[in-house]
Design a protein around this ligand. Structure first.
Ligand SMILES: [Zn+2]
Length: 226
């Protein structure tokens, strides 16, 4: 491969994962294995020193597959937004609930995160989150990445609220509301999928094998392999 300055490369970095960038120059050090400096795409200020064995030239515009290439939003909605019988606190809260798949996505979108708020569980929103987000931080992991779902969950809730609206908000026109700029909770609030995120939430994830089964893709794959 010829790593001439300016060509675009995929960088498979042993610590920082896969990135794309442009070759800047050869690192001239006869004592080290062959290496190049690469300007990484995506807001990195300094070029990285990369061993040649990490680098693969790629055409301009080439990128990794993203979730939308595999499953579009409509397919996800068809598989996941299926009514189920759920109950919240009391028998009176029993009813048919339908999860909601958000358009919002983070990173590669391969982690299908389910978010249940305290007051809306067991119903849930689904957000396509980044597969690099870890469930929890681990000491050894913190040596180079500090990227847990817990750290991102506020951003996820904000994204859901922007997309679906808040269940409760300050209603200046409400006659029975206490004065003082509190959210109006006189009625049932905005209908689902409006989110009530104030009380906190729990999260889980949708398994890909389950999803594939829902979509019948597993069967199709079996047929192709047969
Ligand atoms: Zn009110």
């Amino acid at each position: 491969m010829s790593l001439t300055p300016g060509i675009r490369v995929r960088v498979q970095h042993p610590r920082y994962g896969r990135h794309y960038g442009a070759v800047v120059e050869r690192v001239a050090d006869p004592l080290q294995p062959p290496a190049h400096r690469v300007m990484i795409e995506g807001g990195f200020i300094n070029a990285w020193n990369c061993l040649d064995e990490w680098l693969t030239p790629v055409p301009p515009g080439f990128r990794d597959m993203v979730i939308g290439d595999l499953l579009n939003l409509d397919m996800l909605k068809a598989a996941i937004e299926v009514e189920f019988l759920g109950s919240l606190w009391t028998e009176g809260d029993c009813g048919m609930l339908t999860p909601y798949v958000c358009e919002a996505s983070f990173g590669d979108g391969f982690h299908l995160l389910t978010i249940s708020t305290i007051n809306q569980r067991p119903n849930y929103h689904v957000v396509r989150a980044c597969s690099s987000w870890r469930e929890s931080g681990k000491r050894w992991y913190h040596t180079y990445r500090d990227d847990t779902i817990g750290e991102h969950i506020d951003d996820v809730l904000t994204a859901i609220e922007e997309e679906c609206g808040p269940r409760y908000f300050i209603d200046e026109d409400c006659d029975t509301c206490e004065p003082g700029g509190y959210e109006c909770r006189c009625g049932d609030g905005q209908p689902w999928p409006a989110i009530e995120a104030d009380g906190g939430c729990s999260w889980g994830h949708i398994r890909w094998d389950w999803l594939m089964k829902q979509l019948g893709i597993a069967e199709q794959l079996d047929r192709i392999a047969a």
